[in-house]
Ligand binder design. Structure first.
Ligand code: FES
Ligand code: FE2
Length: 412
C-alpha cells in the first residue's frame, strides 16, 4: 500500500451520526459524523482490548467503545474510562490513531498517513464536479452506485483507464471489435508542486454497429463519427471516463476503494447532461437505464480483471509488456514507484493482520506532530518500506563539514 495520500473511501451520504466501519488496505476504520456535521475517522481497533469502535455509538461527539464504554473524542484521545473511579486520570496512552478527513465531490477523502498538513499531496481537482460535500455538477443529473470486485484495487484502476480493452471486453456494449486500433494520443499529466495529481488522455473510439431498436432508428448508411472519449486517473484512486455521445455527455468518476489485497469496491458517480428534465417518470426511467448500463460495463470487466495473474501488479516495469496504448498505466506504475522511492510504500505483508497478534496501524499525523506522545501509542505503526531515495541516502558517505576559507580536511 501507499501511505500519505488522500483516499476517497466512502460516499459522504453513507456516513451518519452512528459509527460505520470501512476497511481500507485491510485496516478497519470507523467513520462518524459529529454534531457539526464533520466526518471523523479513527482506527477501528480499541486500544483497550481490541474492540471494534464501529460497533459502538456516538455520545457528545465521542465514539463509545461497545465493550467497556471508553469514550474517544475527535482527536482520538480517550476522555472517559467508565470503570475507573471518579478522579482517576485517563492515561496518556489511551488514544487511537485519527486520520484527517475532507468531504468533497460527494466522497469522504481520508488522509492515510503521517505527513504534516503543509507537505501533503493535494486532493485532485475533479473536473465538472463542484467541490462541495454533496456530488453536484451544473446542468447534470447524478446517480451513484457501487460494484464489488474479488480483485486488487490496482488491477481495477488499470482496467478503468484502459481504452484498448473496450473492443474486446465490451464488444457487446460500447466497444467495436472490428475497429480496435487506438490512435496515438497525448497523455496530460498535471503536477501540483512536486506531486503528480492526474494523468488524462482523449481518444476517438469507433462506435459499435447499432443493435436492436437503435438499428431500426439509425438511418441506413448514416455516418457515425468516432466518439470522443476522455479517460485517466486522479491519483491515488479515482478513475475518470467521459464519453461524448450524440445524445450528450456522460462522465463517470470511480473511487476504487482498496479493501484488502484481494478485494476492492468501485464507488461510482455518473453524471449525464441529457434527460435531466424534472418530469419524474422520465427522469427515473433514465436513471434506471443509466444505472443498468454502468453496472453492465463492470459486469463485463469482472471475469477479465478477477482472472488476471499475478493478482497484484508487478513492481518491475518489464514484468509485463508495455505498448504505446498503455501510456496511462505506465504513468500509474511510475507514480507508484516514485511514491515508494519517497518512502511512502508499506509492504503488503506488513499491513496489519488484525486477527492474530501484532496488529499494526497506518501511522496518523498526530504521531509526528506531537513528539511528546512518542510513547503514547499502544499499537505499533506500519513502517514504510525503504524506497530507492532512502537507500541512496543511506549509502552516501556522510558529508564533510566545511568552513569558509579553510581547505577541506585541514586541522581545526
Ligand atoms: S475494548 Fe474498547 S473499551 Fe474495552
Ligand atoms: Fe472496461
Amino acid at each position: 500500500m501507499l501511505k500519505n495520500y488522500w483516499y476517497a473511501v466512502e460516499f459522504g451520504e453513507a456516513v451518519k451520526d452512528t459509527p460505520t466501519q470501512v476497511r481500507v488496505f485491510d485496516q478497519d476504520l470507523v467513520l462518524y459524523r459529529d454534531s457539526r456535521g464533520q466526518v471523523v475517522c479513527h482506527s477501528d481497533i480499541c486500544i483497550h482490548r481490541g474492540g471494534s469502535l464501529a460497533g459502538g455509538r456516538v455520545k457528545d461527539d465521542c465514539v463509545v467503545c461497545p465493550y467497556h464504554g471508553w469514550e474517544f473524542d475527535s482527536s482520538g484521545a480517550c476522555r472517559k474510562i467508565p470503570a475507573n473511579r471518579e478522579g482517576l486520570p485517563v492515561p496518556k496512552k489511551a488514544r487511537v490513531d485519527t486520520y484527517p478527513v475532507v468531504e468533497r465531490y460527494g466522497y469522504v477523502f481520508v488522509f492515510l498517513g503521517d505527513l504534516p498538513e503543509a507537505e501533503r499531496p493535494p486532493i485532485p481537482v475533479l473536473p465538472l464536479l463542484e467541490p462541495v460535500t454533496e456530488a453536484r455538477a451544473t446542468d447534470n443529473r447524478i446517480i451513484t452506485g457501487e460494484f464489488h470486485w474479488n480483485a486488487n484495487y490496482e488491477r481495477v484502476i488499470e482496467n478503468g483507464v484502459d481504452a484498448a480493452h473496450a473492443p474486446f471486453v465490451h464488444s457487446t456494449s460500447f466497444g467495436n471489435p472490428d475497429k480496435p486500433v487506438i490512435e496515438d494520443f497525448e497523455l496530460h499529466e498535471t503536477m501540483v508542486g512536486d506531486h503528480l495529481t492526474s494523468a488524462l488522455y482523449t481518444v476517438f473510439l469507433e462506435p459499435p454497429d447499432p443493435k436492436g431498436i437503435w438499428k431500426v432508428i439509425a438511418k441506413k448508411n448514416a455516418e457515425r463519427p468516432p466518439i470522443e472519449t476522455g479517460n485517466g486517473i486522479f491519483f491515488p484512486n479515482v478513475t475518470f471516463l467521459q464519453v461524448k455521445l450524440p445524445l450528450g455527455t456522460m462522465t463517470l468518476f470511480t473511487a476504487v476503494v482498496p479493501v484488502d489485497e484481494h478485494h476492492s469496491i468501485s464507488k461510482w458517480t455518473m453524471c449525464r447532461d441529457f434527460f435531466t428534465q424534472p418530469w419524474a417518470v422520465t427522469l427515473l426511467r433514465a436513471d434506471k437505464d443509466s444505472r443498468k448500463r454502468t453496472m453492465k460495463i463492470f459486469y463485463e470487466d469482472q471475469p477479465t480483471v478477477e482472472g488476471q495473474r499475478p493478482e497484484l501488479i508487478p513492481f518491475d516495469l518489464s514484468a509485463e509488456l508495455q505498448v504505446k496504448s498503455d501510456a496511462v498505466q505506465l504513468s500509474y506504475r511510475r507514480w507508484r514507484q516514485a511514491a515508494i522511492d519517497r518512502g511512502w510504500g508499506i509492504d503488503e505483508h506488513l499491513v496489519a493482520d488484525r486477527r492474530y497478534e501484532g496488529a499494526r496501524v497506518i501511522p496518523s499525523p498526530t504521531r509526528r506532530e506531537h513528539p511528546e506522545l512518542a510513547n503514547a501509542w499502544v499499537l505499533k505503526e506500519m513502517e514504510a518500506k525503504e524506497g530507492r531515495r532512502a537507500r541512496a541516502r543511506a549509502q552516501q558517505p556522510p558529508a564533510q563539514p566545511t568552513q569558509p576559507g579553510r581547505p577541506q580536511g585541514a586541522a581545526q
